[in-house]
Design a protein around this ligand. Sequence first.
Ligand SMILES: *Cc1c(COP(=O)(O)O)cnc(C)c1O
Length: 386
Amino acid sequence: MIFWEELASELNAREAKSLRRTLQSVPDGALDLASNDYLGLSRHPEVVAAAQDAAARFGAGARASRLVSGQFWLVEELENALAHFKQTEAALVFSSGYAANGGVIGALSNAETALFCHKRNHASLLDGCRLAQSQGATVRYFASNPKLRELLEKSAPNRKIIIADAVFSMDGDLCDLPALLNLAREFDALLLLDDAHGTGTLGASGRGITEHFGLGDERIVHVGTLSKALGSQGGFVAGPRVLIDFLVNAARPFIYSTGLNPPAVGAALKSLEIIAREPQRIGTLRANARFLAEKLGNLGFEVRLQPSPIFPVIIGAEKRALELSEKLLERGLWCRAIRPPTVPVGSSRLRIGINAGWNEGDLACIVAGFSHREHKEDTERHREFF
Ligand SMILES: *Cc1c(COP(=O)(O)O)cnc(C)c1O
């Protein structure tokens, strides 16, 4: 069929630019450098047991939308625990962080709404903004505080929402929360923070970006995921009770989708308990990041140590990033190259997700994997080139 031929030629065009994506299972025994399981909780025996217990008690699936018959008391417990963790009045879980973002942005947006979206925001926030646009909202994009101020000044007095990743997923840097919050206060806007990567990793007790900066405000809408440091699956929104009650009535991915499955609920609840009990895991995460920044930096790689566990090693050309990723795999290290359109052209990278579960042997293995001479020459050659 001509239709399929067109798709095939699109794929070929991507292939020619080293931009075709394919699925590959992580080989057994490889050390996974790319996961977002920052605290090593996804395979923690207590977390796995909690998922099993929840399945035994409530079933493998939630069986229906929460508003129909998918509600069970464990999910209420999780939402109370998340609200406590984020220090808000209430929380609501979704089947993914992606769904939570679309759900909350869609629910809060109408023709009177102006959204101010950071340019480097995660795809789920950008997609949420597109959805809002289709509901009549205006969307403006900013990349700096002065630009945001200018956009806010020009905006008519309607419902304003500033939207930012707490941690930018490809670079690992944090949003400028103090400045964003000041602007939100000055212009009486809401501030939606997507703390997918900061939840469980930032702040002394892992509460996220607000704990990191020691800031809070009832105008903040917290979004997070259960799928990263919490080692489970699902997303959540936390904030004032009235917001959560409103989402139950207006967030379409919540209303028209089956409730979060019991094993994911049980696992996330247990992870929260472990983080509260063992906050030292967060210290280990930081120590592992500092160690690798020093060692890989000494090897001549362009590394960026960030307060978050995201640790990009910038390579540049798409093809070189792919080659390095393959060489690492030969050494038992799994780290796939991140390429455009996820990152700007010429800034392809290996994005390491630091893990608190790595021991000294694992860290030595990573350093050895990157220290191969050819790698170093690769980066140097690329530096001359760009
Ligand atoms: C991973 C991520 C999401 C999506 O969360 P899922 O639970 O994986 O759907 C949303 N926002 C950001 C910033 C993320 O990094």
